[in-house]
Write a protein that binds this ligand. Structure first.
Ligand code: BES
Ligand code: MN
Ligand code: ZN
Length: 492
């Protein structure tokens, strides 16, 4: 599918479907729209009346127009109140238009939506993102593709001529989101620590990144006892991935992104019971998937920033070699951990990844992890938890998320709750009491960062969506990639 920008006037555009955005406080047809309606023998007005279209946000209607007219279908999409227009409204509007066009078997689609905040560049990027993300399909595991009908082949963004650069940025970002979605959606017999390392190596060779894969012996030498404790029961070798993007010339900043990379989480000997969702635990590498997706996007966008992409990848399994509940592990910073619950494994793998990242001398570290069910209880399926002792970094991430439309919400790092992780025998336990479970998880991680500004995103909820939601279909969302990209690009 190709997205193009054009200055072809609304009245002259021809193709299968023409989509128009209308505000709630201005559904009456004036100017160009009135002329278009005349040209189409009043079908737009008819559509509005018959469908009682009010221009409400997330509403859309479609009609067929006369067979000898230059367009076959007219799509109207509601944009809510003029005053309240957000970039996200346009992104979602473009997404529902694209979906509707596909359902209506349209191959060519023209989209005419207003420009947000006089910013044609951001508008074009958001519209292209909405279209791309909504039309994503994953037929890898079907013997026959599910829908064989006509696909949308060409999308023209009207009134946005000259915004080619914004479109290619959107395409590059979408390629990262797609990678993350594919990695998360693939089951644990398809995406393993080995294939994750292969994927990272492939990104490196395709997009000119440096790659370092630390094998088990390398991790042993670095004293990564927490990560290796988790990896012990698996038949598959652990892989510690370190990808580096270096810009030409001196970088403005040096950043690290870490993703939790559990290709499957059985819980270990504290095995997940019936009703725990064990069969969904292929998603437990969603942080690593977002990290690799961001690497793919960022290496194409080429910002003036050095970025390290890190993941300690393994499975959490059971076997005669599995760590026992109660075992004491020593992480690479020398801290000892009493593993009172083997199902709190993500934080153990992240501990060594955080220590590794800090040693790189970066200006900031952000980790993403499907870390706790408690975070899903607190914030639901659509919102990630943000934890950071650093207000400036937290602010940067909130801004980046705001622009991307991905929802994050800051939760407190209440130091007092660390008491719940006190151990009688080691420096700390890996699990505290059930209340505030996502906070104690974040406080645990904090023990492995000395002074580098650091933030943690708990993405256990939004990594997956059971139903279609905006530009996300049901399934893996690729959550985090777009926020990470915005964060790395900063204000540029
Ligand atoms: N991977 C899970 C968290 C999770 C839960 C992700 C639901 C996505 C959806 C994590 O490793 C885990 O098992 N956490 C435990 C922690 C507990 C043992 C302290 C949890 O949340 O129950
Ligand atoms: Mn677990
Ligand atoms: Zn887990």
């Amino acid at each position: 599918m190709e997205i193009l920008t054009t200055d072809t006037p609304l009245l002259e555009w021809t193709g299968d479907a023409l989509a128009i955005g209308l505000f709630e406080d201005a559904v009456e047809l004036t100017g160009e729209l009135a002329t278009l309606d005349e040209k189409l023998a009043g079908s737009i007005k008819e559509l509005i009346t018959e469908e009682e279209f009010k221009g409400k946000q997330n509403s859309s209607v479609v009609t067929r127009v006369g067979s000898n007219s230059p367009v076959r279908k007219i799509i109207l999409v509601g944009l809510g109140k003029t005053e309240a227009l957000k970039l996200e409204t346009l992104r979602r509007g473009a997404a529902s238009i694209a979906r509707l066009a596909k359902k209506q078997k349209c191959k060519t689609l023209g989209i005419s939506l207003p420009i947000w905040n006089n910013d044609a560049t951001q508008t074009a990027q958001a519209l292209a993102e909405g279209v791309q993300l909504a039309l994503y399909q994953d037929n890898r595991f079907k013997s026959e593709p599910e829908d064989k009908g006509p696909q949308v082949e060409r999308v023209d963004l009207l009134g946005l001529g000259g915004q080619e650069a914004a479109i290619s940025r959107a395409n590059q970002i979408a390629s990262g989101v797609f990678l993350a979605r594919q990695l998360v959606a693939a089951p644990a017999n398809s995406v393993t620590p080995i294939t994750m390392a292969d994927t990272a190596t492939q990104i490196a060779s395709e997009h000119g990144l440096q790659i370092e894969i630390l094998e088990q012996e390398d991790c042993e030498k670095l004293g990564m006892g927490a990560f290796l404790g988790v990896a012990k029961a698996s038949e598959l070798p652990p892989k510690f991935i370190h990808l580096t993007y270096k810009p030409e010339g001196t970088p403005k900043r040096k950043l690290a992104i870490i993703g939790k990379g559990l290709t499957f989480d059985s819980g270990g000997l504290n095995i997940k019971g019936a009703g725990s969702g064990i069969e969904t635990m292929k998603i437990d590498m969603g942080g690593a998937a977002a990290t690799l997706g961001a690497a793919k996007a960022i290496s194409q966008l080429k910002p003036d920033v050095e970025v390290h992409f890190i993941s300690a990848v393994t499975e959490n399994m059971i076997s005669g070699r599995a760590m026992h509940p109660g075992d004491i592990l020593t992480a690479s910073n020398g801290k000892t951990i009493e593993v009172n619950n083997t199902d709190a494994e993500g934080r153990l793998t992240l501990a060594d990844a955080l220590v590794f990242a800090e040693k790189l001398g970066v200006d900031a570290v952000v980790d993403l992890a499907t870390l706790t069910g408690a975070c899903v209880i607190a914030l639901g399926d659509d919102i990630a938890g943000l934890f950071s002792p650093d207000d400036a970094l937290a602010g940067q991430l909130e801004k980046a998320a705001q622009t991307s439309g991905e929802k994050i919400w800051r939760l407190p790092m209440e130091e007092k709750y660390f008491e719940g992780l006190k151990s009688g025998i080691a420096d700390m336990k890996n699990t505290g009491p059930r209340p505030g479970g996502s906070i104690t998880a974040a406080l645990f991680l904090k023990q492995f960062v000395k002074e580098t500004p650091w933030a943690h995103l708990d993405i256990a909820g939004p990594v997956w969506s059971d139903k279609e939601n905006g530009y996300n279909g049901s399934g893996a969302t690729g959550f985090g990639v777009r926020t990470l990209v915005n964060w790395v690009l900063g204000d540029s």
